[in-house]
Design a protein around this ligand. Structure first.
Ligand code: ADP
Ligand code: MG
Length: 257
């Protein structure tokens, strides 16, 4: 696999940004007392019951916990895909509740990359077209967007597959297209739901090195939901969730030893 190692990617990312600034102060993500429910009446489910979570700039935070404990709901609130019920939540100092829907859509498009658990690739678009979607949404022309997408696909080991449709790719290859799509517009926050679940150990580690390289830039952050203990060592911090709250935040060696 032709991949960019972490430091190179971070440097390339920094150099390509004309608005490079000194290290920001404050937190990349700040959640305090966040609650969220689904449904009503007898069907009401409290998915988040008061989440506190802080993610520093340049940090890779993993989120672990049993199925149904609220991980996907929490990252959806952080990414601005779902509205919280109560509590505080800001990302790079921006609270979605204080800006209009239009501003939020634009801000999210520029600043967030999301890897969905089910990949959510568009079946009629090629791998490169799928990965180019965030750039095209931001107004970049089709030709240059697809060209940039092909470069990122090569970095996740999919050189030569850019013209394939999702149905012509394995689960692991589709997962890497979804990861390329989350990276292509160089977002400041990347949020991933089980990004290595369909990858073998070697490919999973390569993808993690690439993702980690992106997050190590000092104005960025990365949140990864995972069950995959093989990648815990890539985390700076691991937050454990249980029944709608974060119960513990620890360094990875505290969990694996
Ligand atoms: N769209 C939804 N409608 C109703 N209940 C939901 C929905 N999404 C998630 N839930 C419920 O909310 C709780 C948390 O779900 P989720 O955030 O998906 O957990 P996890 O990602 O940790 O498995 C679970 O009880 C789940 O069944
Ligand atoms: Mg989930």
């Amino acid at each position: 696999m032709r991949e960019m190692e972490g430091k190179d990617m971070a440097t390339a990312t920094k150099n390509s940004r004309s608005d490079a600034k000194p290290a920001p102060t404050g937190l990349a993500v700040h959640c305090r007392g966040v609650t969220k429910h689904y449904g009503a009446g007898d069907n009401k489910v409290m998915a988040l019951r008061g989440v506190d979570l802080e993610i520093a700039y340049g940090q890779l935070m993993m989120l672990v916990g049993p199925s149904g404990c609220g991980k996907t709901t929490l990252i959806s609130v952080i990414a601005g895909i779902l509205d919280r019920d109560e509590g505080e939540c800001s990302v790079f100092g921006v609270d979605y509740e204080t800006i209009s829907q239009r501003q939020r859509t634009l801000w999210r498009g520029q600043n967030i990359g999301f890897v969905f658990q089910a990949f959510n690739l568009l079946p009629t678009l090629t791998a490169a077209e799928n990965a180019a979607v965030p750039l095209m949404i931001l107004g970049e022309g089709r030709h240059s967007a697809v060209k940039k997408a092909e470069d990122v696909l090569a970095r996740v080991g999919l050189e030569g597959r850019s013209k394939s449709l999702p149905s012509q790719l394995s689960g692991g290859q589709q997962q890497r297209v979804a990861i390329a799509r989350a990276l292509v517009h160089q977002p400041r926050l990347i949020v991933c739901d089980e990004p290595t679940s369909a990858l073998d150990e070697h490919t999973g580690h390569s993808v993690m090195r690439l993702l980690k390289g992106v997050a190590m830039a000092e104005d960025r952050a990365l949140v990864i939901v995972t069950h995959d203990a093989r990648i815990f060592s890539f985390a700076d911090r691991i937050a454990t969730m249980n029944d709608g709250v974060v119960t513990r935040v620890a360094a990875p060696d505290a969990l694996t030893h």
